[in-house]
Design a protein around this ligand. Structure first.
Ligand code: GDP
Ligand code: IMO
Ligand code: MG
Length: 420
């Protein structure tokens, strides 16, 4: 049996905290897509840690964590992260596993990401520059190196072949930065990677499922960044949706039970691309300030706006969401009036559907206004104590999106979550 936690917006919904909260109920936490572009923030013993590659169950001693085949893995980030986790007294060699079919990010992927973004100029995607796009291109282009290839004597030869191919592309971009330091740390990290538990991921997971173990699949990014259903081309390069769990871990669709979708009580986006409810004003600034909306991976200020129910209903549909977790509800404590987007006015016509593309049209969000709750909710533990105006806000959202908000997160701490 596999449950899924994934993002319903443009990433940074608070997935890391929510996975960490639910982890004790599961035997295995599995990452199924994405790479070090993810930044999942956790608080462990009051100390903040941001995970990029390692699943967010790593701090629970009895939980097995697996990096699945759908992930693109940068050994350098992984090594750094393993060291950071070890400083908390966690033995990664004991409860971290990596699927052989996981694709590797090599230094020239990072260089290509930079070169490609530079070449795009104003049209850039706003990539995290971690080499994600180029690494997935080599996967679908059938050129990539995979973790299982480390056991092959020709690994270095194949690495050099790939590097030469990348060099030609970099030459086309006129990109000539020296990446020898990156290569040096890459090979050091490769030696470290060899010492970790490398397994046949699909058998590993399916055998555990057959034994009755419970698996939690942890999504990275969010559905609006999905390669197929997101705001293309301003997306990431993987399947961030529940279907991605099947291809990213090797589990059959019938094995998937609950899909927990995580949304903020408002909305953010980092990087370029359409964002219909973006607030380019003092309200947007307030959301950013109160919500500490700065990227966990790049530190970039996040664009902020009201919750977009058109997009949320769409992402619940695509994922088959069974329960919604609403995070950062406390950030709205200070707002006298709240807005929720209920339709888009596109070229003068009101629509309740996410269109094929949002950039070449005149698009305005249509809002319904709500009274705020104007009180501190951060210490509330019991659903009955939540302010009535918050319940109204949530009831409306439930009805609109057709999926129930079952948890409200009211602060970054592990214990700050209310079950409805
Ligand atoms: P992820 O990528 O989806 O795991 O989310 P990030 O970690 O990138 O960003 C979410 C940020 O919000 C982190 O700084 C969290 O500590 C913080 N956070 C998570 N849930 C809550 C919440 O309910 N309230 C507040 N105030 N902060 C939260
Ligand atoms: P988590 O898992 C928010 C965004 C980037 C950029 C676009 C493509 O922390 O929610 P990429 O690096 O994949 O080439 O970037 O996607 N992006 C994210 N935004 N949260 C993330 O991950 C993201 N990962 C990528 O800002 O716009
Ligand atoms: Mg994040």
């Amino acid at each position: 049996m596999v449950d899924v936690i994934l993002g319903l917006q443009w990433g940074d919904e608070g997935k890391g905290k929510i996975v960490d909260f639910f982890a004790p109920q599961y035997d295995i936490i599995a990452r199924f897509q994405g790479g070090p572009n993810a930044g999942h923030t956790l608080y462990v013993d009051g100390k903040k840690i941001v995970l990029h590659q390692i699943p967010s169950g790593i701090f629970h001693q009895n939980t097995t964590n697996i990096i699945g085949n759908g992930v693109v893995l940068d050994p350098v980030t992984l090594k750094r992260e393993c060291d950071a986790v070890a400083a908390f007294g966690i033995d990664v060699k004991k409860n971290l596993y990596i699927a052989e079919r996981t694709n590797l990010i090599v230094p020239t992927h990072r260089a290509l990401d930079r070169a490609s973004e530079l070449a795009k100029g104003d049209g850039k995607i706003g990539s995290t520059l971690k080499g994600i796009g180029p690494a997935y291109m080599d996967k679908t282009g059938r050129n990539a190196l995979r973790v299982g290839d480390l056991a092959d004597k020709s690994f270095i030869t194949n690495y050099i072949k790939l590097r030469l191919k990348h060099q030609k592309l970099l030459d086309n971009f006129n990109f000539n930065e020296d990446i020898s330091a990156w290569e040096e740390e890459f090979f050091e990290a490769i030696e470290f990677l060899r010492t970790l538990n490398i397994v046949n991921g699909e058998y590993f997971i399916n055998n555990k499922i057959s034994q009755g173990k419970k698996v939690l699949a942890e999504g990275a990014q969010g559905t609006m960044l999905d390669i197929d259903f997101g705001t293309f081309p301003f997306v990431t390069s993987s399947s961030t949706i529940s279907a991605g769990v099947c291809t990213g871990l090797g589990v059959a669709p019938q094995k998937i039970r609950d899909v927990l979708g995580v949304t903020k009580a408002y909305c953010t986006r980092v990087g370029s691309g359409p964002f219909p409810t973006e607030l380019d004003d003092s309200t947007g600034d307030e959301l950013r300030k109160i919500g500490s909306e700065f990227g966990a991976t790049t530190g970039r200020p996040r664009r902020c706006g009201w919750i977009d129910l058109v997009a949320l209903k769409y992402t619940c549909m695509i994922n088959g969401v069974t329960q919604v977790v609403m995070t950062k509800a406390d950030v709205l404590d200070a707002f006298a009036e709240l807005n929720v987007c209920t339709s888009y006015n596109i070229n003068g016509v009101e629509k309740e559907e996410v269109p094929f593309q949002m950039t070449r049209v005149r698009m305005n969000p249509v809002y319904k206004a709500f009274d705020g709750w104007n009180c501190d909710t951060t210490q509330i533990k019991d659903a009955a104590k939540l302010p009535a105006n918050m319940s109204n806000y949530i009831d409306f959202i439930n009805k609109y999106i057709g999926a129930p908000v079952k948890y409200v997160s009211n602060g970054p701490g592990r214990e700050q979550i209310v079950k409805l």
